[in-house]
Every structure is written in C-alpha cells, then in structure tokens.
Ligand binder design. Structure first.
Ligand code: P6P
Length: 333
C-alpha cells in the first residue's frame, strides 16, 4: 500500500438485515415454528420486487404506465394491479399463506391449503400519486388461517407497511415492538435503520384533508378550529401537513408524533379508508409503538368487520392527540 493511499478504512460494519431480525426474533416468540418468519420474509421479497417496479414506473411514466400502451405498443399493467399480482405470486410460492385479501381483489383468493396464515394487503396504497412522484406504499397484516379475515384487528399476529419514497422503508411489528428497515438497493437487502420506534406521547402536527371541512360533523369542525387556534399553553396552533398518501402521513406521524385523521363525512359516511388492509395494520403498528388508533371514538382493533372491504373513519397518532380528538368527537369539549 503506497504512502499516498493512507490507512485503509476500518472493516465496514454489517448492519442487521430484516431477514436475520425476523428469524432471531421469531425464535423468541411463543410457539414460533419458523413459518411466520418465512412468510414475513416472503412479504419483504414482494416489497423489494414492487420497489423495482415503482422506481421503473417513473421512466415508464413517459411511456404510459397507467394501463395505457407504451411507445412499443405494449399494454403496460397498472402499477397497483402489478403490485397485487407480485404479492399473490410470492405468497403462493411461500406455501405459508392459505388465503389473501386485497384491495385489488373483490373476494379472498385461496393459495396454499396447508398455509397456517392469511394475509390482507393494500398492494399499492396511494398509487394515484405516483405520476406526481409522491410517496406510496404497501400495507399488510397477517392473521392465523384458523381465524380468517373477518376478525377484529386484535387477532393480527404481524403487520407493517412499506414507503416507496426518497428511500424505500419497511416498518414491521410481530407484537414485540416496531422496527424500521431501509432498503439498500445496491445490496437488495433491508437493513435495520430505526429499531424500537416509539410514537411520541404528544406532537405538534395535525394531518387531515381540510378540503373536506364542509362535509364534516360539527364536532369535528370544532376540533379542527381548536387545533389551529392560538394557545401557547396547549402548544397551539399545530402545524399542518397532509401528503394524501396514508403510508406517508402515517409514517411521519409515527416518527414525529401528532395526529392523522380521516373522519367520516357526508361523502364518505363510513369513512374512506379500508378497515382490514389499511386501518387495522396501521392501528396495530401505532399501538405497538405506544401510540393510539381509533375511529374517532373507539379502538380500531376492536372493530368487528362485517365484510372484507369495510371502510372506517381513522384517527391515529400520539396518545394525547388522539384522546383530544375523541373528547371533541363525543362532545366533551
Ligand atoms: P383524500 C390514497 O388515495 C388514499 O387511499 C390514502 O392513501 C390517503 O390517506 C387517502 O386516500 C387520501 O384521500 O380524499 O384526502 O385524497
């Protein structure tokens, strides 16, 4: 080694991969048989594949990626349908999943009869935002096959979401806390980047589509007025952030605290977001991280679904901020 080169850099530390954390983590889980680890690693593989398609869509966007034909005259599949097909194919190959439910499928689809788990997912939430390069994501939860889908979220055994943003991150919980992983596209691995994520007790950001104001219940309007009023003692006004992509708004709220709300309104009297594969997985993550998740008044995870594609109002965030929303929603304030 010549003088001019100077000392070689220290041997690079190798981070913790998602696969190793899932596998070691599962060893400690009661009754773990390795089947859940294998299933979660399959979901992570699907997310990596979807990542490559989403990243390529920017280019394909010039060739038409929204189900139009590209310059070669090829029918280009819509990204959310493609993401759905990737998840179904990878889960089928894992042989660990007996049934899938998806925003893209009208009915549940049977995969492996011997699979011990069922998986519900929104394969590409917010896909309408990709043509303006806003973060989108995949949201999923895992339940035991014996329980099936039409169960309260308290039956969830694992849940998470990915964000295809400036980086591709995967946030995951198997009931022992929440961990964030970042994809190193050069290596093709998710590395642990945010261990033991905790949602702050209280925040200073509120996230809601103010464009729906005229359609809200009077009590929700009263909350919206309160949170942007001036009151230093209560830390008001809160700042306003709204991306319009659930995974992006939820991820920021999880890390920074505050509140995200999609209340029911005159246009969406049941709420807009889906219970099984949007609200429940996100609610599971927030509760595991010490946050809260309600429909404005009661716990999301306690809701008994009636059907696969039920909708629900969704209020997630810091415990104290979600409680303040509840007090307005029930008329206590
Ligand atoms: P709005 C995206 O279309 C989505 O399903 C969620 O990702 C997002 O939180 C919500 O809808 C945004 O809805 O009515 O504010 O555009």
């Amino acid at each position: 080694m010549s003088e001019s080169q100077g000392p070689l850099p220290a041997a690079p530390g190798v981070g913790t991969t998602l696969e190793s954390l899932i596998t070691t983590g599962m060893r400690g889980a009661p009754g773990a048989t390795g089947e859940l680890s294998s299933l979660l690693n399959a979901i992570a593989l699907a997310v990596r594949i979807i990542h490559t398609k989403v990243r390529a869509a920017g280019l394909a966007g010039m060739l038409g990626y929204t189900g139009e034909t590209n310059v070669q005259g090829e029918e280009v599949q819509k990204l959310d349908v493609l993401a759905n097909d990737i998840l179904v194919a990878v889960l089928e190959k894992s042989a660990k999943c007996s049934l899938v439910a998806s925003e893209e499928l009208e009915n549940a689809k049977a995969l492996s009869p011997s699979g011990k788990y069922v998986v519900a997912f929104d394969p590409l939430d917010g896909s309408s935002n990709i043509d303006v390069n806003i973060s989108i994501g995949t949201i999923f939860c895992v339940l035991r096959a014996t329980d099936g889908f039409v169960q309260p979220g308290t039956k969830i055994v694992a849940a998470g979401y990915s964000v295809y943003g400036s980086a591709t991150t995967l946030v995951l919980s198997t009931g022992q806390g929440v961990h964030g992983f970042t994809l190193d596209p050069g290596v093709g691995e998710f590395f642990l980047s945010q261990p033991n994520i905790r949602c702050p007790e209280k925040g200073s950001i509120y996230s809601v589509n103010e464009g729906n104001y005229a359609r809200w219940d009077e009590r929700v309007k009263k909350w919206a007025h309160w949170i942007k009023s001036e009151d230093k003692a209560q830390g008001l006004p809160y700042g306003h952030r709204y991306v319009g992509s659930l995974v992006a708004d939820a991820h920021r709220t999880l890390l920074k605290g505050g509140i995200f709300a999609y209340p029911a309104d005159k246009k969406s009297p049941e709420g807009k977001l889906r219970l099984l594969y949007e609200a429940n997985p996100v609610a599971y993550i927030f509760e595991q991280a010490g946050g809260a998740a309600t429909n404005g008044q009661s716990r999301i995870l306690d809701i008994q679904p009636k059907a696969l594609h039920d909708r629900t109002p969704l209020v997630i965030g810091s415990k104290r901020d979600v409680e303040a929303f509840r007090q307005f929603a029930v008329g206590e304030r």
